[in-house]
Design a protein around this ligand. Sequence first.
Ligand code: ANZ
Ligand code: ZN
Length: 811
Amino acid sequence: MTSQSERDYQPTEVEKKWKARWQEHGGDKVREDSTRTKYYCLDMFPYPSGAGLHVGHWRGYTISDVWSRYKTLQGYEVLHPMGWDAFGLPAENYAIQTGIHPAISTAQNVANFKRQLADIGAMYDWDREINTSDPSYYKWTQYFFVQMFKRGLAYRKKMPINWCPSCKTGLANEEVVDGKCDRCGTEVTKREMDQWMLRITAYADRLLEDLKDLDWPDKVKRMQTAWIGRSEGARIVFDIDGKPDAQIEVFSTRPDTLYGATYMVLAPEHPLVEAITTADKRAAVDLYVSEALKKSAIARQIVDKTKTGEFTGAYAVHPLTGAKMPIWIADYVLMDYGTGAIMAVPAHDERDFEFAEAFNLPIVQVVAPDGQAPDHERTLYTGPGTLINSEDLNGLDVEAGKRAIVVKLEKLDRGEATVSYRMRDWVFARQRYWGEPIPIIHCPTCGAVPVPEDQLPVLLPEVERYEPTGTGESPLAAIESFVHTTCPECGGPARRETDTMPQWAGSSWYFLRYPDPKNDEAPFSREKANEWLPVDMYIGGVEHAVLHLLYARFFTKVIYDIGLIDFVEPFKQLFNQGMVTLNGAKMSKSKGNVVNPDDMTTLHGVDALRMYELFVGPPEDDAEWNTNGLEGVSRFLHRLYRTAAANIDQPAPTRPALEKLRHRFIATLSERMESFRLNTAVSAFMEYINALSAESEAGIDRETIETLAVTIAPFAPHLGEELWSLLGYTESVFTATWPTYDGKWLVDDEVDIAVQVNGRVRAHITVAADAAADTAIASAKADSEIAGWLADKQVVKEIYVPGRLVNLVVK
Ligand code: ANZ
Ligand code: ZN
């Protein structure tokens, strides 16, 4: 019989064995009745695309799996589920190309992804699998839509959609590339259509306020803050000369500069443009408006682009001075921010300054750093200072000026302090097939009526043609049997809504479903949701910093308001893993620079690939793939196995040298885990195995082998199980406990200390860590270097700071 010590590590064999065992024992099932503290570790669930997973995708899944297994060993009951964000455009486009129903291609992709995730050796509880395109799930997505509709949070509004005049279809943003249709290259225009909207702006303040308490990367918090874009300022109302029934309302963050407003600008789309433009200006204004509509908001906002605009021929009246101010239109003013109109203060706003220079409009200074008007009128100053040219407000600083102007405006009923947000309401509709039907019935008598809850889900019908219809409507509009229905309120003939929900709908609440995935009475049980959520650790790519994470936070707050949960934020801690690059570029199938995990695991095993995915760099940073690095990690795992296996049949007795190494290793590793430095956690193993090699002659004790088996298990779970069973245990290594360390082993026996003479370091000596002051000082004086400094001198004071230094004061 071969003893373990003579056997080499066979990753393929070992991994196959343990995968089979895990499946047999259902070891990844959450034990709901467990008395352990609950821990919810969640991956952002993937869109099951046709392209499989590459080693770049492995990184995030490995990180979350290592973390879940670590938390299990720490004694938590861990929920680590997985599911599919399965509605969306690619499946539909694939159907258009191939005629294969999206449900079928999605099912194939899911099966493939599932197999690949099993390869990773991940501990998902597959009993809780979620698929957002499954009627038993989207029933509840529709239910939440109905709740929002009833609360006035879902409403209809005419909104411009991307429109390809040649394909005669509405386009999703991702189908518009450089302003052109991704299918045919035609320039994309805008087309107004009635759209379902969600009133996320009603939650803007809460979404901003609650960000503060989240343990999220600062970068993501900053991106969300910028996206919400809260600005404090004032609403100011201007009369229009000769038009007593029309007024222009503006939003300004600098009401203090009101006396410096010299002209007005409306967004080209502003509803007043039509009414105020004088006959002689009409042709030029119309032309300008049609040109502006073609440009994207981003192109329009570029600060240093040449300013363009047209004079409407009309004038506004300054609310404080009565001065007449020309009203222009210009594309640097956006219709969907503030009120879509501005008062222009060219002396103190950069864009207004450039515009005034381009069209030779007046510039009036009203803020100066020192309260002195500059000698040259046409200058730009955007800093703080004192008001000038502002009648009785001269001399006030900017902040006091803002308040004083608001008081004046309020007295005149011409404005008030207000807050403006950059965030818009959420367009919650697509004119496409592969999504959740919006559960609304349009009745000629009763208007928009929600589908009664007991009639949900509104099933997505089978269609023959997936192509967009050419009228801008969804393919559902062509299915008579779907469209025609009766009104739930009056029983009269009515039409179903044929728009479907956007890609983001299903992912906005899926994390609430995992604790109770099979509930068909409710979206989830309140008790279970409160027990498991908020999610303790949410792991995924930073590309979801804004949309998904904001939508999920919004849904959670609405669901809290409805009274279904007791928490207001879904994700306590967020971790964004970095990307894996190859030759400097993000790995992606379309770029042809992917490394296939199957090739890597055939050579080195799954465990080695998992560890290399961590070892490749700090988990939050992008990292360059290097197959040599994987080979290095693989060699190390073989070494770890040999070190452990060499003595596994007959471990050596414990001795202090081993205890010291072991406790120090546990301390280092635990500390690196807690600070999520998973790459250095892998190096802690390497350092430990190196140190143990010096002890191999005298043999390794059982404690060392057990420690190795348990601590390596989150990283290399198959290897961990193997060592654990070789130690004679019949239960899984994940029933074990993460080892603790005794601090006494961390104290160094000997320490290096500095010796100072009159406060300057003159030498270093080694003393026992617990050396008494006398001993330390004596050794310091005995040092040959120091002896030289002391010659002919009188030592007047001796100071010993244990473990740090000796200072000798001499005369
Ligand atoms: C007068 C003024 C004077 C302004 C001044 C700025 C500086 P934030 O901070 O981003 O909220 N603005 C308002 N609505 C706009 C729109 N629809 N399109 C383009 N610009 C718009 O910016 C608010 C400021 O941006 C507002 O304050 C307004 O210009 C401009 F020395 O009003 B301000
Ligand atoms: Zn009706």
